[in-house]
Design a protein. Structure first.
Length: 312
């Protein structure tokens, strides 16, 4: 158990999250993607450029702001049904701040992991030819003899687009939209499963979880239909989001986030063993038929002691 006050813990956690985000800013500002070549007449790189269905702003709003809204509403509803509202509200807000801090930490790790792979692999996007318009120097990819030729040295000649867009065309693997949306969705689903205590409906929680998961899947599928990523890029991003969401919540957050009362097993009275129960002593009486047989065997007559016992 930590001995630091809650406010000091909150300040320290915020500073740690900020420090974790610094490498992400360095990668995106100073990083240069690895140079990848391509095959002449590679049709998988000749798709047209399309605007994003889910823009970066929309992605940040839903993946960062969405869990904030869901967690805050969930904890407020929990506190509203308590008798001691103010004291319970403070306790629920403490739980919310801890949970959201763990979420931000996990989201930062997800982004760093994804961006590091992007710049290290340097895979070309499906719309690479349209954005780059590569100059292959003395090698002409229009000739049939060069169809199977691999081009490693080239220069992008498209002056109609920004340099950042040309650099972004080398960052296909893995999908950042997929990893971020899946991490955010699964962390929120895990949180609702642990903290959302709905007594008036059995279907409220699974319905909300299903909607969150569908939104994340829509974001992932849009990256393929927009020709921003290949299917393998999206699947890799989904895998990253799933692994980091599970690890962040169940290995780090579960120790800090208390469960709702319905998750606690009821306290049953301790079972008493049969040996510990008081035993009723068996009366030391002889069966009647044994008494009779004993009387005849000893030839006891009327008025004897055995006859008296038999008559009794």
């Amino acid at each position: 158990m930590s001995t630091l006050p809650f406010r000091k813990q909150f300040v320290i956690d915020v500073l740690i999250v900020v420090l974790v985000c610094l490498p992400l800013l360095v990668i995106q500002t100073l990083g240069r993607p690895a140079v990848s070549g391509f095959w002449c007449r590679d049709q998988s790189l000749g798709y047209p450029y399309k605007p994003d269905t889910v823009s970066l702003t929309m992605l940040m709003v839903f993946t960062v702001g969405g869990p904030l809204f869901v967690m805050a509403i969930s904890e407020s509803v929990r506190a509203a049904f308590k008798v001691r509202l103010f004291r319970q509200f403070r306790a629920e807000m403490h739980s919310f701040s801890k949970a959201y801090g763990v979420f931000l930490f996990g989201m930062a790790v997800t982004c760093i992991f994804t961006e590091t792979l992007k710049y290290s692999v340097g895979r070309l996007r499906p719309h690479f030819f349209e954005i780059c318009r590569p100059d292959t120097y003395n090698i002409s990819c229009t000739q049939d003899t060069n169809n199977d030729r691999y081009i490693l040295y080239y220069t992008c000649t498209n002056t109609l687009v920004d340099h950042k867009l040309i650099q972004d065309s080398h960052l296909s693997f893995p999908s950042g939209h997929a990893s971020m949306s899946m991490f955010s969705a699964l962390f929120t689903i895990f949180y609702l499963q642990m903290r959302m205590d709905v007594t008036f409906s059995h279907l409220m929680r699974p319905t909300l979880q299903m909607v969150i998961l569908l939104l994340a899947m829509f974001c992932c599928v849009s990256r393929v239909t927009d020709y921003k990523h290949f299917t393998s890029d999206v699947l890799a991003g989904i895998a990253i989001g799933i692994v980091l969401a599970w690890g962040t919540f169940y290995r780090l957050g579960k120790e800090l986030i208390p469960t709702h009362p319905s998750d606690k097993s009821p306290c049953l009275p301790r079972a008493t063993s049969i040996e510990s129960e008081p035993q009723t002593p068996t009366p030391l009486l002889r069966p009647e038929r044994l008494i009779i047989s004993h009387s005849y065997r000893n030839n006891t007559g009327p008025g004897s002691k055995d006859d008296f016992v038999h008559n009794v």
